[in-house]
Design a protein around this ligand. Structure first.
Ligand SMILES: [Zn+2]
Length: 245
C-alpha cells in the first residue's frame, strides 16, 4: 500500500513514533568526547538550606543527586563526568570554578535546593548568568568577595562567550523539571559567581524548596528523585549532543 493510501489516523501515530525515535536518538547520540562537570553545592561546614523536621540538608541532597546522575551516565562512552566534590568537604566557589575550567568542561551543572518562605516559592528554579546582570553587578561582587579569594581570579569574565548556550541549557532543564513539581516556573537570571567564573555553558539548578511540604515530599521520595535524575540526564545529553564547538 502506498503511503498516500493510508488513512490519516494511521499515518499520524507512525509520524509521532518516527519523530520520537528521532528525538531520542538526538538525546543520546554524543558523537565526540565531552566533559560534564557536576557541582554538588555547599559541603563541610557549609550546610546550605536545612529543614531539620524533615531531616533534609541541602549539601547532602545535592551530593546525592550529583552521584546518582554520575552513576546513570556511566554507560555514555564519549562522556567524562567530573564531580567538584565527592564527599562532605568545604569547597570555595573559586576552587569549584578552577576545577571545572582546568578540566576544560563542556557543561557545568551546579545542584542546589532552596529554602524560601515567600508565597509561590515552590518548585524547581534554573538560573543562568545573563549579560545584563553580569555587567551591572560583576565589579561590585568580585570586590566584596575578593577578601576570601587567594588572589583576584583571572576568570571573572569567563562566562560571557557562553551566555546564549547557558540560556538554552537553562530552558531545557526548566521545561523538563517543571512537570515533576507541577510547576510552570520560568528560568531566572542571577550574577552567581560560580556561573560567572565558568568558561563553559553553566547553570545552577535548585531542585525544590525545603520549606515547602510538597517539595519536601518529592525530595524524600525515591520515585520523584529518579524523575529528577532522568530530567537532568536527558537535558544534559540533549545539550551535549547539540554542541558544535
Ligand atoms: Zn545552595
Amino acid at each position: 500500500m502506498a503511503v498516500s493510501d493510508l488513512p490519516v489516523k494511521r499515518i499520524l501515530p507512525l509520524f509521532y513514533l518516527l519523530l520520537s525515535s528521532f528525538v531520542l536518538a538526538q538525546d543520546q547520540n554524543i558523537s565526540r568526547s565531552v566533559i560534564l562537570i557536576i557541582d554538588a553545592g555547599h559541603g563541610g561546614s557549609d550546610s546550605g538550606a536545612k529543614n531539620p523536621e524533615a531531616g533534609l540538608t541541602e549539601k547532602d541532597l545535592a551530593l546525592g543527586v550529583a552521584q546518582r546522575l554520575e552513576k546513570s551516565l556511566r554507560q555514555e562512552k564519549k562522556l567524562t563526568v567530573i564531580l567538584t566534590r565527592t564527599g562532605d568537604i568545604d569547597l570555595p566557589l573559586y576552587a569549584r570554578a578552577e576545577k571545572a575550567n582546568k578540566a576544560k568542561g563542556h557543561l557545568l551543572l551546579s545542584l542546589h535546593t532552596a529554602y524560601d518562605l515567600r508565597a509561590d516559592s515552590a518548585g524547581p528554579r534554573v538560573y543562568f548568568c545573563s549579560l545584563e546582570n553580569f555587567t551591572a553587578r560583576l565589579s561590585a561582587q568580585v570586590g566584596s568577595f575578593s577578601k576570601s579569594l587567594p588572589e583576584l581570579t583571572p576568570w571573572d569574565e569567563s562566562q560571557i562567550p557562553f551566555i546564549n548556550e547557558s540560556n538554552d541549557l537553562a530552558l531545557l532543564l526548566q521545561n523538563r523539571l517543571n512537570p515533576i513539581f507541577l510547576s510552570d516556573r520560568s528560568i531566572q537570571t542571577s550574577p552567581l559567581l560560580l556561573l560567572q567564573f565558568s568558561a563553559m555553558p553553566a547553570v545552577l539548578v535548585e531542585l525544590g524548596n525545603l520549606s515547602d511540604p510538597a517539595d519536601v515530599w518529592r525530595l524524600k521520595g525515591a520515585e520523584a528523585l529518579e524523575q529528577m535524575n532522568q530530567a537532568l540526564k536527558s537535558s544534559v545529553l540533549e545539550f551535549l549532543s547539540s554542541l558544535t564547538r
